[in-house]
Design a protein around this ligand. Sequence first.
Ligand SMILES: [Zn+2]
Length: 213
Amino acid sequence: MIELVVGLISVVSVTLAAVVTLAWLRAVRRARALEARVRELTAPKPNAAQAHWMGINVPGDQKIPISVRDWDALKRGLWRSKIALEVAASQAEVILGQCSHMPLCPGKMSETEPCFAGCIDREKRLSANVILNAASQLMPVDVQKPADAPYFAPTREYFSETLSALAAAQAEIEILRKAVEVDSLDIAFTLIVPSDPPPTAPALPPAQLEESK
Ligand SMILES: [Zn+2]
């Protein structure tokens, strides 16, 4: 009986100790969180300029909404610029290959070495090098050809905006056409009906009058 009581007491005391330890750990965690929150709230807040220089507000991280239509157009534009610059670079290389040099000219072997003063195509080579360097520096590093954009129906607003722009353009064309017609009519009128009509019957000289009788 006594053993049973002692065992019960030991079980109860162990459970009580575990509960107290857990409560203490939770209290410590809550106190730390509260302390951090208080520190965060009481810390002096940087103004906009300080936040900018401390890297808290980075304008480059801001995002702007852009329509898929415009985003596709941007990607296509980038891809076109890459193709155009590749064409320019390859043609500049062709011109560089056609340049003639003096014997032992270092420009013949190296792109970065200047030509001898006596090289005939010295200026031409410089211009071709300018094109080649500009194309190499400005060429987009990695651009894939965008897939053909899928068709999607425009919004009602975009559709009516486009239609009204077309109607306005048509009205403008009509006005211009009428102005051109009026101008051409004026020109035709002046050609047909001159302001000083010539005499209906030219006056014949007296000798011709005699002969005609
Ligand atoms: Zn040369």
